[in-house]
Design a protein around this ligand. Structure first.
Ligand code: NAD
Length: 457
């Protein structure tokens, strides 16, 4: 059997080697899930919810162990790993509170002998192919509502977050989710591709546009429910009436939190010329205050990049921007130490000829562009293939509503950024993907409606 080697991105040291799946074991696991699903669907919602409730309690009880594992395998600073786990508990609470109401049968006509009713059946067996950057969030957005609504789940954590995936597997089973109803597949892209060859009823993917495209092609002829949560190049506009210091502090966090490796990281900033210089000064000062270093140490804010290959992407974006006339305000290069380290980087005098303003960076780097007003900012915000989130900082709510209502993005933010709520739908336009997770839409996504036409004899 082949194995998967797991390396600590903070120093390049090996931390574990785990047995990996291959095409034959993926097929066997998919067959087991198919056989087990009907009994799980027949299990009352109360019992399914109780199992997820016990899982939640176990995650809470083991939080420190889980946080340290996450930090060691993806390099996320420990405080941010704890934040993710606490946020995950909140999402589970939302799903537990809303699932019964969301999938309750609904009588839409009761007219003498004729009754019409809608019921919500599970899809069946769903594939949950996940990214590494927030494994509890992006995995849990799928497996929690999928299990609650009666689906079996074939869960493929990212090869960069496998130990976390195995913790999730262990805790779900200990909580009472049957071993064949939630099955974990270990490995990289080839294992994900093997999963797509199985008979599944839904494919829920979070990851890069490049992989999303391959998945869409593989599913194209399959007639399965397909959701793709992909990348972003999320813009924010700071208007002339905004407080430049408050906006800079908020946006520096939005750009650099999780070392810039969030799908909804702030990736482009447009600043009105009247507040531009003050904004840049406060932004640079805030970034200089971020402590970079051992992600397990208290007070660390910037960790290593999880994937080594991203160092080259960031280097190329800096070189391209500087060659085209950008100004480097801070950072700009790798840190000379073991592991995958890049300096937090701030570029100004940027424009849309530069890759840093067009292509997802997924790292601690930001371009800040000066604009003359709202219409120019709006045009630049919409000049993108992506459309995940967008924001505006202004004192004037009506002005924000006017601009944000015209931005092509699934989520829009007034005076905030890099924020996800379980109560709100999470979706993207363009290359940011198709489908919805979170909110009650993100529960319905794992069901199909059955239309009952009932005539009494
Ligand atoms: P990735 O595309 O490299 O990998 C994602 C998953 O796909 C992994 O589990 C991987 O093993 C698997 N995979 C790779 N090739 C495959 C194939 N041919 N068939 C099936 N599966 C395959 O992405 P990543 O580096 O893990 O994640 C980072 C990306 O995810 C970023 O672009 C980020 O913006 C995006 N993301 C989006 C959201 C969102 O909600 N929109 C959330 C988190 C991350």
């Amino acid at each position: 059997m082949s194995t998967l080697k797991i390396t600590n991105p903070a120093d390049g040291t090996p931390i574990a080697e785990v047995p990996a799946d291959d095409a034959a074991s993926v097929a066997a696991k998919a067959a087991r899930a198919r056989r087990a699903q009907p009994a799980w669907q027949a299990t009352p919602l109360g019992a399914r919810s109780a199992a997820i409730g016990r899982f939640r309690a176990a995650v809470d009880a083991e939080m420190e162990t889980l946080a340290r594992t996450l930090t060691q395998e993806v390099g996320k600073p420990l405080a941010q790993s704890r934040n993710e786990l606490n946020g995950f508990l909140g999402r589970i609470d939302f799903f537990l509170a809303e699932v019964a109401r969301t999938i309750a049968p609904e009588t839409v006509l009761a007219d003498g002998a004729m009754t019409e009713r809608i019921e919500h059946d599970p899809l069946g067996v769903v594939a949950n192919i996940s990214a590494w950057n927030y494994p509890y969030f992006v995995g849990g957005n799928v497996f929690v509502p999928a299990l609650l609504t009666g689906n079996a789940v074939l869960y493929k954590p990212s090869e960069f977050a496998t130990l976390t995936g195995l913790h999730i597997d262990r805790l779900l089973h200990a909580a009472g989710v049957p071993a064949d109803v939630f099955i974990t597949l270990v490995g990289g892209g080839a294992v994900g591709a093997a999963l797509l060859e199985q008979e599944v009823d839904g494919v829920f993917f979070t990851g890069s546009v490049a992989t999303g495209r391959k998945i869409a092609e593989a599913c194209g002829s399959r007639m399965v429910r397909l959701q793709l949560e992909l990348g972003g190049k999320d813009p924010t506009y700071v208007a002339d009436d905004a407080d430049p210091k408050a906006a800079a502090e908020s946006l520096a966090d939005g750009a650099m939190y999780n070392t810039g490796q969030s799908c909804c990281s702030v990736e482009r900033i447009y600043v009105h010329e009247r507040v531009h210089d003050a904004f840049v000064e406060h932004f640079a000062a805030t970034v200089r205050g971020f402590r970079s270093g051992d992600p397990l140490a208290d007070g660390t804010y910037i960790g290593p990049l999880t994937r080594r290959a991203q160092l080259e992407v960031l280097e190329a974006q800096v070189a391209d921007a500087l060659a085209k006339g950008a100004t480097l305000v801070g950072g700009g290069k790798r840190v000379d130490r073991a592991g995958n380290w890049f300096e937090p980087t701030v570029l100004t005098n940027v424009d849309h000829s530069m890759a840093v303003m067009r292509d997802e960076s997924f790292g601690p780097i930001i371009g800040i562009q000066k604009v003359r007003g709202d219409e120019e900012a709006l045009a630049l915000m919409n000049d993108t293939r992506y459309g995940l989130t967008a924001g505006m900082y202004t004192r004037d709510e009506a002005r924000a509503a006017k601009l944000l209502g015209r931005v092509r993005a699934g989520s829009v933010y007034w005076n905030c950024c890099d924020r996800v709520s379980p109560r709100l739908p999470w979706s993207g336009h363009g290359e940011s993907g198709v489908g919805v997770t979170l909110s009650t839409y993100g529960i319905q996504a794992f069901t199909r409606p059955r239309a009952w036409h009932l005539r009494s004899p």
